[in-house]
Design a protein. Sequence first.
Length: 339
Amino acid sequence: LAIGGGTPSFMKTKDLEKLFSLIHEEMGLNHQEIPASMEVSPKTVTQEKLALIKAQGINRISIGIQSFIEEETKLLGRPQKVIEIEQALDAIRSHNFPTLNLDLIYGGAGQTSKSWRYSLERSLAWKPEEIFLYPLYVRPLTGLDKRTDKEWADFRLQLYREGRDFLLSNGYQQITMRIFRRLEVVETEAPPYNSPEDGMVGLGVGARSYTRNFHYSSEYAVGRKGVKNIIQDYNLASSEYFENVHFGTAVSKEDQRIRYVIKSLLEGENLNLARYQAFFGTKAYEDLPQLQELFDLQLADEQGDVLSLNTNGLELSDAIGPWLYSEKTKALMNKYELI
């Protein structure tokens, strides 16, 4: 169970209670036996909300810090006071959630190696079990994209390496390009979520869902006007509207195999070749002969039946995924129009 993307702590306590009632009573999820994560914001999380969240079985809290320097979060379009951040982190720790995750962003306007190091160092004061390091990407039609008067050097790779090396030297292990986990943290997830093989149901505006054969979502937009219209239509929709999928695509056998490989390498830490063969009945290197190029470029290693990205490959993760896309997927993406 993952609640977030937007930040649900924005909701009032009574609305959060209603949300959990739907999850547990209507959907029948046993909140004490599954991994359950929720996103919160420093601006909107309170002691009252945290007590409710903990009582409802949430065992992982993820909070969007982005930076401990107010000018940097302001330039990111996410202004927040450092005092708010510190109070929120203290409150979360007081409720003893098993996992605290901090999100940080690198590559934004005005950021330097020195300021990036400062945010990393401040993060360790709360000993988070996980830290996610996100490179800044500027999507067309977003607020950042429209700031034509703001220019900054693209030195994200340098900052990524600095952040990675800092965390590795301070007791964290790298799981993926973005995920770093404290070495002493023992994962107790039961049952574990197997990203390449398991499906996912996304509920809410813009949420994505995956089955083996389909990838679908509600209508999606980036621009403010488009988002506002979609939310309005969503709120006015009849119950019959939600009985059908309106936006999505059937996933071909070729794309099922490609998706499995991408999610294994980028989200699941590695590609288990024997498991791939058991799942599809075919061999990964025969289905995707281009994987050999990862070795030619010294981006991957193989031990036994496990193919994994090495240090060089991890820092290029965001290029490796699109490189594997099928021609069908590329054509669909080229036809897609942002609103």
